[in-house]
Ligand binder design. Structure first.
Ligand code: TPP
Ligand code: MG
Length: 616
């Protein structure tokens, strides 16, 4: 089949399918993009031809920022439990490097995205072309080499002959649950337009079976032995539980054994918040109940978790001197963490096979505490804080407004921590907090991808003013695509999160508020005359301005009933209180300083650091 390289890419992608548990879906459901001279006549022409002639089904979605379109693809992929994702085409130079942050986010979160950055001429006839980086030491480098460490598979298609094997490798990595992440195929702009006789077989329908690796019998026996002898076991449920759709198996295992289930950001909702064995989030932003159980645990059963520093409270969470880990994970890399007894397996298969016949009345050790904790959550939801409401009340109002299956989206600021602590998740796909890369600006773009992945669910993006100012332009994409989102814009004039962190580390909230520069050369000169609600309105959103929680509740109802994208704006008190996690996070404080505040923080830091340990 004589096609250009770009036409062949489009033709190929339209014929890729994933299959798990007998259900097939498109591996690449569509293509986000922004055109420039690097891709307009190559990939752009191929997408146009596919659309006009119906030769290939790969719908095109014009984004407003390349970083954001990768976030949208990542949100889409997470919502689809990594069984389907989107491709992203960008022009050469800045268009492509704008995708780097998105690539990192996808790879850190183990989410498949297919990136097609354009690249400089393979023939070099016109070098240096517009936006080409010149390296006097070699002509074999382009800005796209920056994707290498961020990608789980990276290739550059210098010649059409290289395309087939690269495409097949890309699909294998995207659909491998242990290896998946950003996959990058760089397409030089001249090669995109170059014709070649591709073999017909390249374009046949291909089905990529997404594996559910089963545990080795001997590994299971070792794991059962450790769990059987546990006195204070604790389950840590990570994102792998949700991706493998193992909620029923986790529920059965927890009920049968009575072992408490704590969750990470990616695992929240794997069992519902009011499940009899649920003890809420674990780690730096977890609940005091889960963190108390973690401190005492002698056996930690990590399922589908990569043990980030937030999960382990920077390795202070588990304080039992004899603590042992049993890790069920599809990736050996994660299963091996903390010298665990490794069960390398799909979470669902692993949990189903883990039959431990001991049941002690472990429930007695935590159900009372959980009930008391839930009363504290109720209080935080209804603080009556004033004059401006507290963020915890906003979270409560959104939690009340959310239907069982609706989705809340967040990524950075003070909200991920507050959500991990306070959110009551009822469905495995409800809590979409991107806390692997915690990337400001993910929220609106991610929400777009999430709603595209499942239009049957309302999507609530909680967006801080910092995140909003960094990247909110995908509101325009959503408006133009007629995709309804509910965006709750939380205005607190700067970084509540980093402000509080700064203060706790002796840095006095330096440089963390969005205010006028004042007399003492810091930003304490009063609120800025900015109106983010008006900004959102100008981008085509319907906007509801709320001053109180009662107004917010009403606004959220209206937003839910609305047909079009709605921004609900509320100002909150950045200093409002939240219950403590009774945990720690390692952020080093200056060892020497002429400031008393830093000195005091360093003393506290040194003391906390003594609780940090290796699990060997
Ligand atoms: C892209 C990016 N830059 C910087 C940071 C570091 N950071 C984490 S939270 C935060 C402030 C977020 O402000 P806002 O969205 O207003 O949330 P708030 O802290 O007020 O809740 C910053 C700068 C980040 N996570 N991501
Ligand atoms: Mg803020």
């Amino acid at each position: 089949m004589r096609l250009t390289v770009a036409q062949a890419v489009v033709q190929f992608l339209a014929n890729q399918w994933t299959e798990r548990d007998g259900v097939e879906q498109r591996t690449i459901a569509g293509c986000f993009g922004i055109f420039g001279h690097g891709n307009v006549a190559g990939v752009g022409q191929a997408l146009l031809q596919a659309q006009r002639t119906g030769s290939a089904d790969l719908p095109y979605h014009l984004a407003r920022n390349e970083q954001a379109m990768v976030h949208a693809a990542a949100g889409y992929a997470r919502m689809k439990n990594r069984l389907s994702t989107m491709a992203c085409t960008a022009s050469i130079g800045p268009g492509s490097t704008n995708m780097l942050t998105g690539a990192a986010l996808a790879t850190v979160n183990r989410l498949p995205v297919l990136l097609l950055p354009s690249d400089v001429f393979a023939t070099r006839v016109a070098s240096p072309v517009l936006q080409e980086l010149e390296d006097p030491r070699t002509y074999d480098v382009s800005v796209n080499d920056a994707f290498r460490p961020l990608s789980r598979f990276f290739d550059r298609i210098w010649r059409p002959e290289q395309l087939s094997s690269a495409l097949l490798a890309a699909m294998r990595v995207l659909t491998d649950p242990a290896e998946t992440g950003a996959v990058t195929l760089c397409l030089p702009q001249d090669v995109q337009a170059e014709a070649y006789d591709f073999p017909d077989e390249l374009f046949r329908k291909r089905v990529w079976h997404v594996a559910r690796p089963v545990p080795e019998t001997a590994a299971l026996a070792r794991a059962v032995e450790v769990i059987r002898n546990a006195e204070r076991p604790l389950i840590v449920a990570g994102g792998g539980v949700t991706y493998s759709e193992a909620s029923a198996e986790l529920d059965a295992f927890a009920r049968a054994t009575g072992i408490p289930v704590a969750d990470t950001h990616a695992g929240k909702g794997a069992v519902a918040w009011d499940h009899p064995n649920s003890v809420g989030g674990i780690g730096s932003t977890g609940t005091p109940v889960a963190n108390r159980l973690a401190r005492e645990a002698d056996v930690v059963i990590g399922v589908g978790t990569r043990y980030s520093d937030f999960t382990t409270a920077s390795r202070t969470a588990f304080q039992n001197p004899d603590v042992k880990f049993v890790n069920v994970n599809v990736a050996a890399f994660d299963a091996a963490k903390h010298s665990a007894t490794m069960v390398v397996a799909d979470a669902r298969e692993g949990l189903a096979a883990l039959t431990v016949s001991v049941k002690k009345s472990w429930e007695d050790t935590y159900t009372g505490d959980v009930a008391a904790w839930q009363r504290r959550v109720d209080e935080a939801y209804h603080l009556n804080h004033g004059p401006l409401p507290a963020q915890s009340e906003v979270i409560g109002a959104v939690n009340d407004a959310c239907g069982e299956r609706d989705v809340v989206v967040q990524a950075a600021g003070s909200m991920p921590g507050d959500l991990q602590l306070l959110w009551r998740a009822r469905d495995p796909k409800q809590y979409h907090v991107e806390y692997g890369y915690s990337c400001m600006g993910f929220e609106v773009a991610g929400a777009l991808g999430i709603r595209m992945a499942d239009p049957s669910r309302e999507v609530y993006a909680l967006v801080g003013d910092g995140s909003y100012l960094m990247m909110s332009q995908e509101i325009v994409t959503a408006v133009s695509e007629r995709i309804k989102l509910i965006i709750v814009l939380v205005q607190n004039h700067g970084f509540a999160s980093i402000g509080a962190l700064s203060e706790s580390l002796g840095s006095q909230r330096f440089g963390t508020s969005y205010r006028y520069r004042g007399d003492d050369n810091d930003y304490d000169g009063g609120k800025l005359p900015i109106d983010l609600a008006a900004n959102a309105e100008s981008l085509g959103a319907q906007v509801i301005r709320c001053r109180t929680i009662a107004e917010l509740t009403e606004g959220l109802k209206q937003a839910r009933d609305a047909e079009k994208l709605t921004v609900v704006h509320i100002e909150t008190d950045p200093l409002s209180p939240v219950p403590s996690s009774e945990s720690w996070w390692d952020v080093p404080v200056s060892e020497v300083s002429t400031l008393d505040s830093t000195h005091a923080a360093r003393t506290a830091y040194d003391a906390a650091k003594r609780g940090q340990r290796e699990y060997l």
